[in-house]
Every structure is written in C-alpha cells, then in structure tokens.
Write a protein of this length. Structure first.
Length: 283
C-alpha cells in the first residue's frame, strides 16, 4: 500500500499560518480574497482588515476573530500586507499601511497600473509583489500573474502564491514590463468573452431565433466551451478542429471569422490598444 498523502487530506499552507495577514481594502476583489483564504483554512483570527466602509459580511467575521481597523500596536507580526484598493487612493492608503510593514513583511499589491517602482517609493525597503488578477477570481476561477522584487525571499514568494491561489491559477513572470500585455489579455479578457456572448446572441436573433432563446444558447455555449477548454488536455486549436467538419456549417462560419480581416486581426488590434492604454495609465 502506498504511503503517499491523499491530496484531499493535505493541509493548505494558509491553514498553518502563525503570523497575521493584513488586508487593506475589502471590496469585490479584496472580499473574494478573504473568502478564498478562509475556504482554504485560514482562520479569521489571523486576518486584520483595514476598510473604512466594511460590508455586513466583513463585520460579521469579527465574531469569528477577524480584527477590523484595529490600532497598530495590537496587530502583532504581519507576514503579508495585501493592498486591494482603487489605484487612485493608493498614496494615502500606503502611507497608512507603512506602520504595519515590518522587515519580514511581504507587501502584495493587486492595484491596476501601480508599478513596483511606485510601491517602492511609498514603502521604501519593503519586499514587494505586484499582481494582476481577473474577475473570474470572484468564483475561484480567475488567473493571476505576479512579479516580485529582488527583496522577496523564496518563503515570501511561496506565501504570496498561496494567498493568490484563493483566486484561481497563478503565473509568475520576471519582467514587469509584461504586465501591460497581461492586463490587456487576462485582466481585461473576461469583457471580450462577454462581448462574444452578446454578439452571438444578437447574431442568433438576426438569424430568426427568439431573442431570449438566442441569449440562452449563446450563454450556455460560451460557458460550456470554456469549461471544455479548461478540462481538456488539448489546446484551443485542436478543440476547434475537432468541431469542424470539412464543408460543414462550422467550417462556413470559420471561413468568415478566420479571414484576413477577421477575428484574429480584431483581437490583435484590441489587445494592442489595451496594452498601450495600460502603459499610458502607468505613466
């Protein structure tokens, strides 16, 4: 009999955490992180939340030990400080966060457009990680790309990876310049998929389907195809080819979509525009 551990019984690293996780900002993404951490076994008693307008759900967690807006001297050792606020208020938030950041604290920012240089200017000497999640994180099906400064130790990187895993898959890069393209592809990408579902529904209605049925079919088709892509070992091109019979209906549609001025050209131009805008916003 094998003595290997059953993956279903393995304890997640967050469940054994001895130090505090500080969360600055508990809106949609911050709240998703918090819920994900607790689902992975992190005790609310190990979490401090800084949030001027907490939701009822956040306030309710104080009954389970979560500390909401406590004074600095009552917090204790902070393993990680997670910044999940709007980038417009970043300077004032980071200033208020500074007293909580010790020499051993890793700071994880999920603020869009705020660079590692910006973070370093506001938190000199800190170990810093910048990350870009996307909105499917709200259901634990997001993907996050992260980049760290040289001050981040292997142990701190492992902790950040564990924290981000609450949102879904995590990828690491070494070149921060890639974050603009990451933002354009995966950060903004869910909107492109939603637009595809909208366009399919309108096209179905134009072909004669009742609008409500067309919307239902488009929604189910996009979500089902996405789940098939997620579960399959095949790449997207292979899955597409498997659906396409020579001379069939799918081939007729793909001839339009894959034309020289078709979907790929439009998507390339769209992601290029989003990448440029990300660079412009970051300054």
């Amino acid at each position: 009999m094998s003595s290997a551990a059953n993956p279903q019984t393995m304890v997640h690293p967050l469940a054994d955490l001895s130090k505090i996780i500080l969360l600055a900002g508990a809106g949609k993404m911050g709240g998703a992180l918090l819920q994900g951490w607790m689902a992975l076994g992190l005790s609310p008693a190990k979490v401090v939340v800084l949030e001027p307008q907490p939701s009822l759900d956040i306030e309710a967690l104080t009954e389970r030990g979560l500390r909401l807006n406590p004074p600095r001297d009552s917090v204790g050792d902070t393993a990680a400080a997670v910044v999940a606020v709007k980038p417009q208020i970043a300077p004032e938030v980071l200033a208020s966060l500074a007293p909580f950041v010790a020499a051993t604290t890793v700071v994880l920012s999920i603020m869009a457009g705020r660079t590692l240089r910006f973070l370093a200017d506001n938190l000199p000497g800190a170990a810093l990680v910048r990350a870009m999640p996307n909105t499917p994180a709200a259901i634990g099906r997001g993907i996050t790309v992260a980049v760290a400064t040289a001050r981040v130790s292997p142990e701190q990187r492992a902790l950040v990876d564990a924290l981000l895993s609450a949102l879904g898959a995590v990828e690491w890069i070494s070149d921060e310049a890639l974050m603009d393209a990451v933002t354009a592809l995966s950060g903004s990408g869910p909107a492109y998929v939603f637009l595809l579902a909208e366009a399919m529904a309108r096209a179905g209605a134009a072909a004669g389907l009742p609008p409500r049925l067309a919307a239902t079919l488009a929604r189910a088709t996009v979500s089902g195809a996405g789940e098939l892509l997620n579960r399959s070992a095949l790449d997207a091109a292979s899955l597409r080819q498997n659906v396409t019979s020579p001379g069939g209906t799918t081939a007729a549609a793909l001839e339009v979509l894959m034309a020289q001025d078709g979907l790929e050209r439009l998507m390339t131009a769209a992601i290029a525009a989003a990448t440029k805008r990300s660079r412009d916003l970051a300054g």
